[in-house]
Design a protein around this ligand. Structure first.
Ligand code: ADP
Length: 279
């Protein structure tokens, strides 16, 4: 039952308001008692194929290189690409005596859990319905041994449908990064992601535009392959910052698709790394 003083706005209501507690905390899934994760940052995109996994992977690589104990929860259950980008297999994963999954560890020590690490074959399709997919993400949060993690990056399920919504509600996200590409219907798709985050009271750290431009290998001129970017205008409309513009670069595709993302330099993420540190 509602508190008599309920303002029907959880941002202004007192902590004791019955409705506030019901609305704000009931969907958050607790972490298991032996795990600690200090900051959780979600990486979101309006649709697949824009570079969400690239950003998740490279943010984790950068934070780990800065000395933070970093983890990746691959919430893209039906299109998991993180293990491949980091060159890891199921070999490292296991189960603790109290039945928690032990994540895989990359060469530099990033801890990773992904649906691709628990399938019998890497090429097996994941043909699960939405609630099952969302349930697996929750299990990756609750039933994995996440030991002393400073930063966890969550590769969120793409889009703004039921599955990402459940993940938004279940994980205690400290902030999200929205990844987009110039050829998307940027303003509409970004607006959807922004509105979803605002409804859930999750801070948006900023926008990242991937495949922003191509640098001519001969003269260095920046070519806007997909036409002039509208990212600044979109960011301004929503009062957000543009944290990075990532070029189209065959080196990126080669490193990521060849499992060598940890050895890829990413000067384009400097500002995004600072934003994550301030989250
Ligand atoms: P998403 O997670 O949004 O589905 P990915 O990060 O998996 O997208 O990227 C899709 C594909 O595009 C991958 O093969 C990746 O290597 C490639 N790719 C992404 N960004 C770039 C880029 N800036 N330059 C070159 N290739 C890229």
């Amino acid at each position: 039952m509602s508190d008599v003083n309920c303002t029907h706005n959880c941002n202004t209501c007192g902590e004791t308001c019955g409705s506030r507690q019901e609305d704000q905390t009931s969907f958050l899934e607790p972490l298991n008692p032996v795990s600690t994760v200090k900051k959780v940052i979600g990486v979101v995109s309006g649709k697949g194929g824009v570079g969400k996994s690239l950003v998740t992977t490279m943010m984790a690589v950068r934070m780990q290189a800065k000395g933070y104990k970093t983890a990746i929860l691959d919430g893209d259950i039906t299109g998991p690409s993180i293990p491949k980008a980091l060159g890891i297999t199921a070999a490292g994963i296991g189960v603790t005596p109290n039945n928690l999954m032990i994540p895989a560890t990359t060469a530099t020590g990033i801890e990773v859990m992904s649906s691709n690490l628990i399938l019998d074959h890497e090429t097996d399709p994941v043909i699960w319905r939405g609630p099952v997919v969302a349930g697996v993400v929750k299990q990756f949060w609750q039933e994995v041994l996440w030991e002393n993690i400073d930063y966890m990056f969550v590769d969120m399920p793409p889009g703004t449908g039921d599955v990402p919504l459940t993940v938004f509600q279940s994980l205690p996200l400290d902030g999200i990064i929205i990844v987009t590409s110039p050829q998307e219907l940027v303003s509409m798709i970004v607006a959807k992601a922004v509105n979803m985050a605002k409804k859930m009271n999750i801070p948006i750290l900023g926008l990242i535009e991937n495949m922003s431009y191509l640098s001519c290998p001969d003269c260095g001129k920046k070519i806007s392959v997909f036409g002039e970017s509208r990212i600044d205008q979109v960011a301004q409309e929503h009062g957000l910052e543009v944290l990075a513009r990532i070029p189209i670069d065959p080196k990126i595709a080669e490193s990521v698709d060849g499992g060598l993302a940890e050895y890829l330099e990413s000067p384009w993420l400097d500002e995004a790394v600072s934003a994550a540190e301030k989250a």
